[in-house]
Design a protein around this ligand. Sequence first.
Ligand code: HEC
Length: 134
Amino acid sequence: MPTKLAVGVLWLLAACTGRDPKFQQYYVQGEKLYQQHCSNCHQKKGEGLGRLYPPLAQSDYMQQNFDQVICLMRYGIQGPLTVNGITYNQAMPGVPQLTELELAELATYIYNTGEHARGRVTLEEVARSLKACP
Ligand code: HEC
């Protein structure tokens, strides 16, 4: 009986934490990187700033342009860009020193904050997106 109980407890623990053990780690690291590199413009909670800096917490652009989002974090972006029906047109500088792991962590953070619930963004997804960068 005690063994059965122990097995039951272990199973429960695995069921709770085992889905994607790396999610939490990526999210926490991603939040730190976000506060360091992005929050000055996009604000603490990704709410954006008027017509200058588009929001991330709610963004149809992010939902429709996953590859471009990975690329713009590293290489920046310029030219008109529409988010939730509002057109922005300011240059965003990239952060070229971001590694693929850091890009995955950042993407995991922004894609699971606000209205987004994509789950962890993996290194494989980041590598694939980077190949498509302009
Ligand atoms: C100097 C201010 C600035 C910084 C720092 C900055 N951005 Fe941006 N970001 C912008 C601007 C301005 C645009 C719109 C670009 C355009 O008009 O072409 C933008 C666009 C975006 C978009 C696409 C539009 C949207 O809202 O969905 C995403 C996603 C994004 N930024 C994420 C980030 C992330 C993640 C970081 C940190 C690695 C970051 N940005 C750092 C200013 C900034």
